[in-house]
Design a protein around this ligand. Structure first.
Ligand SMILES: Cc1ncc(COP(=O)(O)OP(=O)(O)O)c(N)n1
Ligand SMILES: Cc1nc(C(=O)O)sc1CCOP(=O)(O)O
Ligand SMILES: [Mg+2]
Length: 220
């Protein structure tokens, strides 16, 4: 999940914001085919995919992860596990995403190793983001920028937070929460390195949605 922060340093327009797809809670049935469609839409694969399951035991989660992990590998998409460092280790995921109550990024690093991508939820907080950076996070996630039907949030950052973060720090920032092709442009312009998206992709035709996001990102 690297970015071209270099471009920002050279003063070139920052146009390479990337898509980070967050799974729905149910990834059974035809979800693997849907993921394949999403990752092949629009001429450019999403850079990262997060398996976000809740209340599923680890054995079952590992079984559900297998085919999705293969699809991500075939499309050079990082496979990130939400919440669960031990599941990430067990299945050899590319990384883990940790919320504020999901564990210590430093411990995750010890368990998963140097190459793992470790992301941390930072809500609308500069302080949490700086803490996450000091703890070795590979990205910090701010949200929810817009009302989300996937997850309730009491935090509501403004796009300026992305501008502030990316003006000072090299660690990539992720924008999340209610993001759609119609409302993403201010986040791209503010310097989001990744748009993390769930509902806007999986609630309809995933390929059309991904293509629409990529069009907006390129235009922004
Ligand atoms: C990229 C990204 N950002 C934020 C979250 C939210 O994590 P968390 O606050 O732990 O909430 P849950 O997703 O676990 O319900 C995320 N998953 N991914
Ligand atoms: C998982 C998650 N975390 C958020 C945060 O604010 O930290 S918002 C969110 C939901 C993302 O899904 P959608 O694109 O459907 O809103
Ligand atoms: Mg969590």
């Amino acid at each position: 999940m690297s970015t071209n922060r270099q471009a920002r340093d050279t003063g070139l327009p920052m146009t390479d914001c990337q898509l980070y797809l967050i799974s729905p809670l149910d990834v059974s049935g035809n979800f693997p085919e849907r993921l394949e469609r999403a990752l092949t839409a629009g001429g450019r694969a999403a850079t990262a995919f997060q398996l976000r399951l809740k209340g599923v035991d680890q054995h079952e989660a590992a079984g559900l992860a297998g085919p999705l992990q293969e699809i991500c590998a075939a499309h050079e998409t990082a496979f990130i596990v939400n919440d669960d460092v031990s599941l990430a280790k067990r299945i050899g995921a590319d990384g883990v995403h940790l919320g504020q109550g999901d564990g210590d990024p430093k411990e995750a690093r010890e368990i998963l190793g140097r190459e793992a991508q470790i992301g941390v939820t930072c809500h609308a907080s500069r302080h949490l983001a700086m803490e996450a950076g000091e703890a070795g996070a590979d990205y910090v996630a701010f949200g929810a920028f817009y009302p989300s039907t996937t997850k309730e949030s009491e935090h509501c950052p403004e796009p300026e937070l992305l501008e502030w973060w990316s003006g000072i720090f090299e660690i990539p920032c992720v924008a999340i929460g209610g993001i759609t092709p119609q409302n993403c442009t201010p986040l791209v312009s503010a310097g989001a390195d990744f748009l993390a998206v769930s509902g806007a992709v999986w609630s309809g035709d995933e390929a059309e949605a991904v293509s629409a996001f990529l069009e907006q990102i390129r235009a922004g």
